[in-house]
Design a protein around this ligand. Structure first.
Ligand SMILES: NC(=O)c1ccc[n+]([C@@H]2O[C@H](COP(=O)([O-])OP(=O)(O)OC[C@H]3O[C@@H](n4cnc5c(N)ncnc54)[C@H](O)[C@@H]3O)[C@@H](O)[C@H]2O)c1
Length: 313
């Protein structure tokens, strides 16, 4: 049985990757400091769990001693706003923490490291759909630290022969996404709709996004382990929907009559985003399998179920 170490495995995307790995019969080790990850995302799963911080230099020795065959690196500070307010904090986790993981990957001689990058490396796109060759021009420290790690991975490959797969995600959505974060519009709509409360739409709602279901992202990560070449690809739907149309679809899925509240567009919000996924289809042999409506329905069901859990005092 091949051993895969998942950093950030207790988080939203990481926990779905863990489930996909178990289903594909990998042995799974998780390292997470539970800053945003949650125990209930992974409880009862047959994994080896380390409550550990990737910014702790001893993480390198820990990983070497665990001797994984592969590493999937998801742990990160994921808030764009936090990166703007506190770039050193962002740099410490997203660059320094990632460098420890890369160092460990080299020393443990892993067959492949898969890295969670982001559309944030492009900043405001000048050409749509965004292809992987689109110039990178991050507009936040978060985008810059993701791009920096991509470069470190390429260097680790040329200096040490470390094999990598870089996956640049579009807007990921699905069960377990935190509605408190500023990024997950689907999680926020789902939370509000199931509470019968009006959500806020910033701007006229005609801005568009490329939403990819978290289970498709998990499948892409597992496929990315097995690719021989070093690749950098998009994990996206390759399609686009306006925030207004998304809201209508979610209202229907939730059977709700709630109306949104419109507020002024937020500074720095990009108008349109869509990432081409042609390369991931050919290089990863992967394509999205979940229809948006189906994924939204599952997300809403998760929100509803979560609200039925009594809070223990
Ligand atoms: N959600 C999206 O739409 C999206 C888009 C592009 C890229 N990404 C990337 O995907 C990855 C997963 O993001 P997510 O949305 O699941 O967020 P998340 O916050 O749910 O997951 C991050 C996980 O990393 C853990 N973590 C954070 N700092 C750590 C540290 N110092 N040491 C150990 N563990 C730590 C957290 O506890 C959490 O479990 C991140 O790298 C993120 O940048 C996410």
């Amino acid at each position: 049985m091949k051993k895969v170490l998942v950093t950030g495995g207790a988080g939203f995307i990481g926990s779905h990757i863990v489930e996909e790995l178990i289903q594909k019969e990998f042995q799974v080790i998780v390292i997470d400091n539970f800053s945003t990850g949650r125990n209930e995302n992974i409880e009862n799963l047959p994994i080896e769990l380390y409550h550990y911080d990737i910014t702790n230099p001893n993480v390198v020795d820990l990983i070497v001693s665990l001797n994984p065959d592969y590493i999937i690196h998801q742990a990160a500070q994921v808030s764009v706003a936090e990166s703007v307010n506190n770039p050193l904090y962002d740099e410490n986790i997203n660059v320094k923490g990632s460098l420890y993981i890369i160092d460990a990957a080299i020393k443990a001689n892993v067959k492949k490291i898969v890295f969670a990058s982001s559309a944030a490396v492009y900043g405001n796109p000048v050409q749509l759909p965004v292809s992987i060759k689109h110039p990178t021009s991050p507009e936040s420290p978060y985008g810059l630290t993701k791009l920096t790690v991509e470069h470190y991975l390429k260097l680790a490959n040329s200096i040490h022969g470390l094999s990598y797969s870089i996956l640049r995600y579009s807007n990921v959505y699905g069960p377990r996404q935190d509605a408190k974060g500023e990024g997950g519009v689907v999680a926020i709509f789902s939370d509000r709709l199931t509470d019968n409360v009006s959500p806020t739409i910033y701007g006229d709602g005609e801005q568009t996004r490329d939403f990819i279901y978290v289970k498709d992202v998990a499948a892409a990560n597992v496929k990315a382990l097995m690719v021989n070449e070093n690749i950098c690809v998009h994990v996206s739907s390759g399609t686009t929907i306006s925030i207004n149309a998304l809201f209508q679809m979610m209202k229907e899925a939730a059977g709700s009559n709630v109306q949104p509240i419109y507020k002024q567009v937020r500074q720095g919000d990009i108008r349109d985003s869509i990432l081409s996924n042609d390369l991931s289809k050919s290089l990863l042999n992967w394509e999205p399998t979940f229809e948006l409506y189906q994924g939204l329905k599952e997300t809403i069901q998760y929100s509803l179920k979560n609200k039925q859990i009594p809070i223990l005092k």
